[in-house]
Structure formats: C-alpha cells, structure tokens
Write a new protein. Sequence first.
Length: 268
Amino acid sequence: MQRRQFLFAALGLPALTLAARAGAGQHYAVRLIGGETQNNIWRAGLDITLDEGWKTFWRMPGDAGVPPMFDWSKSINTAAITVLYPAPMRMEEAAAQTVGYKKSVMFPVEVKPLDPAKPVVLDLQMELGICRDICIPGEVQLSLTIPPSGLSGASPVKAWLERVPRPQPLRGAGDPELKGVTAVLEGPSPRLLVEVAFPGGAKDADVFIEAPDGVYVPMTKRLPDGPGGVARFEADLSRIDAHDLKGKRLVLTLIGNGGAATEAIWQL
C-alpha cells in the first residue's frame, strides 16, 4: 500500500467560533451555519472560504495531502451526523495531482436528533490541510445550536447539496452513467479501465476511485474515447500491490460538465 506524504511547512492552529474568521495570515475562514429541516433530518453547512491561490482537500486527497477530519463527539442530542462531500476537482501540481477545492466549499451536514423536541447542539473539532506553495495544518473548533423549530431564513446549504454526487440509481438525465469497469490485477501492467457516458459532454470530465481499508488507488488518466463517444479512464496499478484490490468494493465518483456528478459502487 502506498502512503501519501503531506509536508507541513508552516504551522497555524486557529480556534474559530461560529462565523468568525481565522487569524491574520492563516489564509482561510470557516463557519458552521444552519440549514433546512426536512423529514426529521436537520441540516447544517460547514463553510470554508480560501484566500486566492489556496486550496483544501477532498476525502480522497490524491497523490498528496490530507483529508478533512471531523470530530462531533461532544455534540448534544444527536443520534447520527453525516458529512456530505460536494464534487471536487483535480488540481495539478509539479510533482503530484491532488483532489479538492479552491476558493470556497461547503460541506452539507445531515443531523438526526435523538429527541426532535429538544435543541441539537453541534460541537465540531476539525482538522484540515490548507495549501499553496506551503501547507498549513489547521485546527478548527465550532459550535451551533439548532432549536427544535429549525432555523429560519435563507440558507446556501441546499444549493451545495445539489453538488453532492448522486448514487447511480438516482442519477438525472444529464448525469454521468457508469458503463463498466475492467480490472487487470495480474501481469506486468495491472490497471483499472473505467468507461463512462457523459450526456452533457466529456470535455472536462473526470473520474476518482476510492478503495476501503486504506488501499490507495492511483489517480486516473484520460484515454481516447471508446465507441459511441464513451469516455475511458485508466488507473495504473503498477505503483501499488494490485492484489490488495481483489474482492474490494470500489467507490467511483464521476464528474461531468456543468457540475453534474454521480457516485457508483463496483465490486472487484
């Protein structure tokens, strides 16, 4: 298994409160805001704004970087808390390719209360990586109380929910469709070939692959399209022990033009 390396060239550990900006020179701001309540699920949003040229990472950060880490253990009146990830982008580096976000991102948060008649208190301790030419590890502490009646007023959480990849069975007419995965795990050139149809066009399309148990799947590269304009992506597995993927359940995130994205599950 290949380990990704993340070099912290500078240190900055700001502690933030609701809607407060990070300290000067830390290059980012974080806030926790309330969203809509629907079907006994209360929503919030973790909003991150980055200075120009800075970036942060997706749950699978690519060849380098660290994913955000969320600790909700001190929250009150919560039966379950789920952080959702909007579709990320590929970010080219001189020596690596990473996956994440630039300028801003909001992670929608879905909360199931233990008792819907009582307030929910979200208490978050978060670790995240912020990078430009150097990388800064950040530690964030935030809290938010959501009353039983929910929070009133307009919220951007719903718009960011639309950017979260939809499962293949729920995809829309313009969403990417997984056509197949071919795995070659033996021989001198192990690889994964992923074929996807992009109804909205595949000019800026991308595919990211995740495996469980800490197994890292290398970043894909785009191949010439197949018959019918089906987009083809290949992950070169020669950098890892391809046998580690046998029997694994892969998660494939398919990103098309115009922000359309879907998530597919494939069992090897």
